[in-house]
Design a binder for this molecule. Sequence first.
Ligand code: ATP
Length: 322
Amino acid sequence: MIVIGIEGSAHTFSIGVFDSTQKKFLATVKDVFSTEQGGMIPNEVAKHHRNVKEKVLAEAFATARIDWKDVDLIAYTEGPGLAPALLVTRDFAVALAHEHKKKLLGVNHIIAHLEVGLFCTGAKDPIFLFCSGANTQVIVHEDKYRVFGEALSIAVGNAFDKFARNIGLGFPGGPKIEELAKKGKYVPLPYSVKGMDVDFSGIVTRAEQLYKQGVSKEDLCFSLQETCFAMLLEVAERALAHCEKKEVLLIGGVAANKRFAFMLDAMCKARGVKGYTVPLAYAGDQGSMIAYQGWLERKREQKDFDFNPKWRAEEVDTFWKH
Ligand code: ATP
């Protein structure tokens, strides 16, 4: 079965192709909205998606060496995400399904991140540490996916992007912070863990104050990373003990950070559990995870094709796991 997945919930417009016979991705093509200065404006992101969608589709088909006659199913991101961006994605998916007479399914973006993480790493039943631009959640699968802890104000990726934007590094901030952090040393920043939840808003405010007082970008980037990652790993460690799991899986765009993967590895070794990090190509948003999720849900029938900016992981019936 050949499934194409269309992702466009935030800054990335991407199309992936999954071949279920070979159990592999034939293409993952993306075009990412970015700015030199300033952040992500929802209507600008939607405009970006409208402008690049046909080009991304053509490139995905060419890379995968497929034609419409090969396609069995189309999946698209129904939510959560930015409403204007989700709307462009939904409309494109509906138009393609109609024009080429293909089955269409709308899937949950967060669940797709979790499931592609399992597919790529071979992890079986981990504590998921999902760290992206819009979300920071500690998730475990029981009867369905359950959120054990999360960021109370802004997500970790968003905290990085906000700090980077406010000190003139542009968007996305995470990769730029990782680069500068390599030359930095530690300055104390607020550490805020509340039970199973984490709070990143105070840390960004304090880092910005220190920047205005003359502390270097390098030192602040290093300290921001160290503090945020230590907070996240403390919560993940507690979830491991509470749920008696033996694996942790780091997923989402922030999983691209090598320092984070290194710290995760150290924590897991100390506890005698296995730590996995999703491969770089599948860490951030991409259409391949949507295609894979569509394949998992292929037996489901869907009549109404909506978009849902606030769709939470707990609301999804994970029938394919039972
Ligand atoms: P979601 O997937 O929840 O909808 P999203 O679309 O913003 O959120 P992703 O593409 O998964 O997210 O991740 C983007 C985030 O990852 C951005 O905040 C970006 O700064 C961050 N990021 C990317 N690379 C790195 C890195 N090397 N280090 C730290 N953060 C990074």
